[in-house]
Design a protein around this ligand. Sequence first.
Ligand code: FRU
Length: 599
Amino acid sequence: MKTNLFSLRSLSFLLFTILVSSCKLMHSELTLEHLGKDRTVIHAQLSSKYLLLPIEETAKESKMDISSDGKKVKAINIHLALNKVDYWVPLDLSEYAGKKVTIDIQPSADSALCWKKLKLSDSFDTSNKERFRPVYHHTPKYGWMNDPNGMVYLNGEYHLFYQYNPYGSMWGNMHWGHAVSKDLTHWNELSIAIAPDQLGTIFSGSCVIDKENTAGFGKNAMVAFYTSAGEHQVQSMAYSLDKGRTFTKYAKNPIIASTASDFRDPKVFWHEDTRKWIMVLAVGPDIQIYSSVNLKNWNLESSFGKGQGAHGGVWECPDLIQLPVDGNSNNKKWVLSCNLSQSGGSGTQYFIGNFDGKTFTNESKPEIIKWMDWGKDHYATVTWSNAPEGRHIALAWMVSTQYAGNVPTMQFRSSNSIPRDLSLYTQGQNIYLASTPSPEMISLRKGKKEVNAFKVEDTYNLNPLLDKNTGAFELNIGLKDISAEILGFKLFNSKGESVDFCLNETEHKFSMDRTKSGITNFSREFPAITSALVEKSESFSLRIFVDKASIECFGNGGKFVMTNLVFPSEPYNRISFYTKGGSYNVSLFTVYKLNLNNK
Ligand code: FRU
């Protein structure tokens, strides 16, 4: 039996030893061995940098164990092409150049198309192949991205780490990807910052700058906190002494262990009053608050959540920041935010109150629910640590968890929102959070079209909105002298696709209807109308940021905000104002082309 098996194996090995390199023709570099129906082993001894893996998104997932010189070095989950190739992803094997590498793939059909399509290459083409690739929003060059992570400012650089799958444009194999920017708008992609290890994949978290070297890693070390997602979710740390370019994992990870099933997304900050580090952690339907003097040993201080705000799913990616109320730095309040993903959609809610270094107290009635953004596509929001001039800058993953994996892009999925500066304002008995586009966004304005004030008694059309409209622009609209009950406008393209924006003065609502916005059929949840509650007002101002696949509306200086994705088959380039039950004046109407280049 043994001999038979052996000879069978060697026979199949011989039979299936095929040349699979299309970029480099080297017999010795790659051989395939199919072991039975469900297992394939690739034997490689590469001089090329990458093995390019063909992906079919709907193909069954396989596990790929990669070993070098007999030692397992990496394990990834992958959807190798069975019948068709959606795209390739690079497996960087340059570290093992010249060494014997085996890649054991299970399950894997021997008849799958992928075996014919494997390629060897020294480069991987990341040039944009997508019509819905944003012009000015951050996206990864390829692969899947979810939550923004570890955002921290250091020496003139904004660091943006993010949940990243380099092996497909679907969720999985979570790493921390990394990009840096000097101005929050131009992003430079760097290599992967933190990769999975024996404790698990790398879930969301935060970074701090350890200015006083409390952890002993070095003065001004960048210290990252993340969830290791293995058998359990536990908290780990890593540090960088070279401005985030390389991280060393702490030898004694995990720093906080648990057997709870949802125990993740540490956000750490320095609390000056108690001179301690504070960590907020999402634990099922609660936020746990921990403190530490050295970033390594943590004490549980309190929990917040029960009976507070919106529930209906787990809370994720919490944050706790302190902001002046109405710009008065003598009156500061604490804002605890968390992201909630439930069957009706996902969003960022927040609570305003007091924090004494141990406990957070919500100062509003517990049943009051406050949303940071009223659109469908604003999730996993957290703020930058150590931002200059006391700024609190937030960034959201710009998609809903309901259809994040189905949006009609392939080379990459998804993008982040534009950065937003946060502030607090009082309205009636309550304090609320306003989000305004970060001032850096102004520098993207390239070309301006201004229309003189006009009155809308019936309809008013502007066609075209812009000459040579690339689909990336900002609208600034001022509405005054309102006698209408309903005032609104639609953005159209020549295909009849449209988005309707409407202020209902009777119901105190601002809404956006994207049911006819373009491609909507990839998810039942996508064609939607979203609404925000707005205060009755004599006048309204709107700043609307449109990009290839998104619309972000900031009303009345960020007092109501709405972010929704759209997938029009060509840019919206016509606007039509309408009214019901009266008239209004459009006192300001300016359109700016937005571009990262100087054009
Ligand atoms: C939020 C989230 C986090 C988790 C991460 C995993 O979108 O579920 O709670 O850390 O994504 O990718």
